[in-house]
Design a binder for this molecule. Structure first.
Ligand SMILES: Cc1cc2nc3c(=O)[nH]c(=O)nc-3n(C[C@H](O)[C@H](O)[C@H](O)COP(=O)(O)OP(=O)(O)OC[C@H]3O[C@@H](n4cnc5c(N)ncnc54)[C@H](O)[C@@H]3O)c2cc1C
Length: 493
């Protein structure tokens, strides 16, 4: 069975030496730094679940590619059932972690590559698909975690790639020889990459004639020479860094959604890891297919898991405050459930309407229309969810003192008494749940949810491309028995 234990995963990370910086300092061990550790913990959980009889149906599956059971996050969907399971895994991992499962973007990148390398080989006679499958087999056999990297620094958005004064604002191939390629540039906002084994790199967008050197996709170990990670740093990072006791943080073990800028300073990639090189007409397809899978989960079902955390915390606070009979709060909670279920339905429907893309490739992708609808819906639903939880939680969400005061002999009794709502619930519980709501409503998740998987305008543009109104027009013509254009007679039924 090609599945690592959580302990083996941790050991495997020790063998890697990624070059990581955070808050102006070198992170010598991503396993020990309190912030990067959260990513290790989240990925580690995915190894435990795949082996756990309770969860293995959702977190693992049989791979015909290597004839063994693999982690779901290394499997390329070959059926609608696979897609539905992945949509459900998105919810499961998000609600268990309260943050990203950092293997998700890599999984989506695998789908984009499996589908488009097949198509490039068919159309152009290239040999990318078998090369990609060999790579994927290695990933599956070794049960590797892969991060996915598309987003680039970019120059002024009203200019094209070749017009930017700095040619490396989009990742560029700077050399190509018999052994492989060399790339220079950066990817930004990349989730959890430094605590993964592999980085799967795709173009950020479509490319055009003259931009062949930007039309590249490849995979690299995270500690390849020339790669540097510059981590995000937020008030939440500072809080975790300074915390003596992690228990007092909103999400003690798994923390926030952690990203970094990944710099590629003349990184060499051997040919066996290059899956797209110069065929600019296919860059857009790679990105669009990535977005199809990514929007189903990152845009859709994983936010259902986040919403479950918010709903649970809001309900507990309602009970702690003795507000079970407050009609408006019950209405707010019900609205949250409606938002959650609408989000779930859109994500699952994207999976259920999934198709083989391109036909004959054996790769299944979620439905484009529903994936974009799912993400668009979640963007707005999540802000609303945050607002509702903010109302129920009250001002304490942002005014609560540290849980350390519960151990401070000078004020301990005051804090115990005055934050207890006069209930017999331990004050510590009330404070922890309130801190969790702070994490969800006053932290990074609103903007993170909006921009992760692309800001709404990208979904709107995609929707304009895929929506067809033919069916609706036909219905009206049928209802009204409209005459055909240029004809006097009534249309045939
Ligand atoms: C928590 C989090 C995790 C992420 N994880 C990953 C990851 O693992 N891998 C990865 O590749 N990416 C990741 N991303 C990146 C994410 O996909 C991008 O943030 C998103 O695509 C938006 O890009 P941007 O942040 O550069 O914003 P921008 O593109 O600058 O968007 C800001 C605004 O400018 C508008 N805009 C941008 N360009 C144009 C244009 N040409 N014309 C008109 N309007 C324009 C947008 O519509 C938006 O309104 C992550 C992001 C977040 C927040």
């Amino acid at each position: 069975m090609a599945l690592m234990t959580p302990e083996q995963f941790e050991e495997s990370l020790k063998k890697l030496k990624p070059r990581v910086f955070m808050n102006g300092k070198r992170v010598t061990s991503v396993l020990e730094n309190k912030n990067t550790r959260t990513v290790v913990e989240a990925n580690k959980a995915s190894y435990a679940w795949a082996l756990d009889p309770k969860y293995r149906d959702i977190m693992s599956c049989y791979s015909p590619l290597i004839g063994e059971v693999v982690n779901r996050y290394t499997h390329v969907s070959a059926s609608v059932d696979d897609l539905v399971k992945k949509a459900e895994a998105g919810t499961f991992t998000a609600e268990m972690l309260g943050t990203c499962i950092y293997r998700c973007v890599g999984y989506d990148a695998f789908h984009a590559l499996a589908s488009t390398t097949w198509e490039m080989d068919r159309d152009l006679g290239t040999g990318y698909h078998p090369r990609f499958l060999e790579y994927l087999k290695m990933v599956q056999r070794q049960d590797l975690s892969a991060a996915g990297a598309l987003t680039e620094p970019r120059g002024e958005r009203n200019k094209k790639t070749l017009e930017w004064p700095d040619p490396y604002l989009s990742l560029k191939m700077v050399d190509k020889n018999k052994d492989g390629i060399v790339v220079r540039g950066a990817k930004i906002n990349i989730s959890g990459a430094y605590a993964s084994h592999e980085l799967v790199v795709l173009p950020q967008g479509a490319h055009f004639e003259g931009e062949e050197e930007y039309a590249v996709a490849f995979a690299t170990p995270v500690d390849a020479k020339g790669i540097t990670f510059v981590c995000q740093y937020t008030p939440y990072s500072a809080e975790r860094e300074q915390a003596e006791d992690l228990e007092e943080l909103g999400n003690p073990v798994y923390g926030q959604r952690e990203t970094s800028m990944v710099v590629f300073d003349n990184v060499f990639v051997p040919w066996e890891r290059v899956f797209h090189c110069g065929e600019y007409k296919y860059s857009g397809k790679i990105v669009a297919r990535f977005a199809r899978t990514h929007r189903m989960t990152c845009g859709g079902t994983c936010k259902v898991g986040f919403m479950n955390q918010i709903i649970g915390a809001s309900r507990l606070i309602q009970e702690y405050k003795g507000l079970e009979k407050a009609a408006h709060i019950n209405e707010q909670l019900a609205e949250m459930v409606v938002l959650r279920e609408t989000s779930r339905a859109c994500g699952l429907e994207a999976a259920r309407r999934g198709t083989e893309e391109p036909p004959g490739s054996g790769v299944f992708l979620p439905d484009e229309l529903m994936g974009n609808v799912a993400k668009l819906n979640v963007c707005n639903a999540f802000w609303r969810m945050m607002a509702l939880a903010g109302d129920i939680g009250g001002g304490l969400i942002v005014t609560l003192p540290s849980l350390k005061e519960l151990k401070n002999p000078e004020v301990k009794d005051y804090v115990e008494e005055f934050y207890s709502f006069g209930s017999d619930e331990p004050t510590e519980n009330i404070m922890k749940v309130t801190k969790l709501l702070q994490n969800w409503t006053a932290g990074l998740h609103g903007v993170g949810t909006w921009h992760g998987a692309g800001p709404v305008q990208t979904q709107k543009i995609m929707l304009q491309r895929v929506i067809s109104y033919d069916h609706e027009k036909k219905l009206v013509k049928r209802t009204l028995k409209l005459k055909e254009k240029g004809k006097k007679s009534e249309p045939e039924d």
